[in-house]
Design a protein around this ligand. Structure first.
Ligand SMILES: [Zn+2]
Length: 300
């Protein structure tokens, strides 16, 4: 019953907080209400619109409790509109834009978006197994470039991009790395790929080292043309980061890489993401402000 959803279907289906509530009820209790205290399946009206009261033991159950929606202060309909925009748009949205479109303060939009971002995590489907190219790149201010001697204020990222037979890019993977040593690169590659992957990289010494333990082929860089598709993906990622997030601190980078990979690898299933994300929100623990601040540092 939960299919992909486009903008027209979304506005038809979710007109009020009550519509949103009904939807979340079905996510929480797909087989119908069942009291978590006594197992009774009969429910009556609860204390508030987001409570269900057990018809037997009278336990008042908050539908939003123990989910990421716990503590969301704005009307549910606004949260749904934000989620729809964050999932339906190819690149996502900045919190300024989001707040403006939905009619909430930027801070409120920021907090909600951070919660959504935490749910944009890779799963087993993101693992790369076929032919894939590997490289790394630097982020940070005007000093972007290739492997410097020291990273200083720059951040290094490893990228793996699956190369399909028709020349297009399949899935990608991104990992923040501390340095360019073979062990570091190898460890990051192992997290993104499975052992069946056939990898290609340029002739950098660390990759040559990894040849002993990995299914890795060294290709001559020829001014980047050998790994042209991969370099295009690096450029697309950098453009996205600049366009949506403007600037990015070290603390945030991890979350942004995950968000980008999540979006990119699901680019052909975008209309299903709304439900997928709602499902994740209802099946994860609450992410209060303090938790997010500790995790992410500051506002962006
Ligand atoms: Zn009960």
């Amino acid at each position: 019953m939960f299919k992909g959803i486009n903008a027209i279907e979304f506005t038809k289906r979710f007109k009020s907080d009550a519509d949103c509530f009904e939807y979340l009820l079905q996510l929480k209790w797909p087989a119908g209400f069942s009291c978590s205290r006594c197992g009774c399946t009969k429910a009556i009206k609860g204390r508030t619109w987001h409570h269900k009261r057990c018809g037997e033991c009278r336990y008042d159950e908050n539908v939003l409790a123990n989910t990421v929606f716990h503590g969301v202060k704005m009307p549910l309909l606004k949260a749904f509109h934000m989620m729809f925009r964050l999932t339906a748009k190819k690149k996502g949205m900045s919190t300024v834009e989001l707040g403006h479109e939905v009619g909430v303060q930027q801070k409120t939009a920021w907090l909600f978006k951070r919660k959504v971002q935490q749910m944009m995590k890779e799963d087993d489907d993101d693992e790369i197994g076929g032919n894939a190219d590997v490289d790394e790149f630097l982020l940070g201010g005007y000093s972007e470039g290739k492997r410097g001697r020291s990273l200083e204020d720059k951040q290094a990222v490893l990228i793996v991009a699956e190369q399909l037979e028709d020349g297009r890019t399949g899935k990608i993977g991104l990992k923040h790395i501390e340095n360019f040593e073979a062990d570091t690169l190898g460890c990051a590659i192992e997290q993104i790929t499975n052992p069946q992957a056939h990898l290609r990289a340029d002739s950098y010494s660390s990759y040559k080292c990894l040849q002993q333990t990995m299914n890795l082929e060294i290709v001559k860089s020829e001014k980047g043309s050998a790994l042209a598709q991969l370099h295009k993906q690096i450029m697309l990622f950098k453009n996205w980061l600049r366009g949506i997030h403007h600037k990015c601190s070290k603390e945030h980078l991890h979350a942004y890489l995950k968000e980008y990979v999540f979006r990119f690898n699901r680019r052909n299933k975008r209309k299903y993401l709304f439900h997928e994300m709602m499902h994740r929100m209802m099946n994860s623990f609450p992410h209060p402000y303090k938790y997010l601040i500790n995790k992410c540092g500051c506002y962006a």
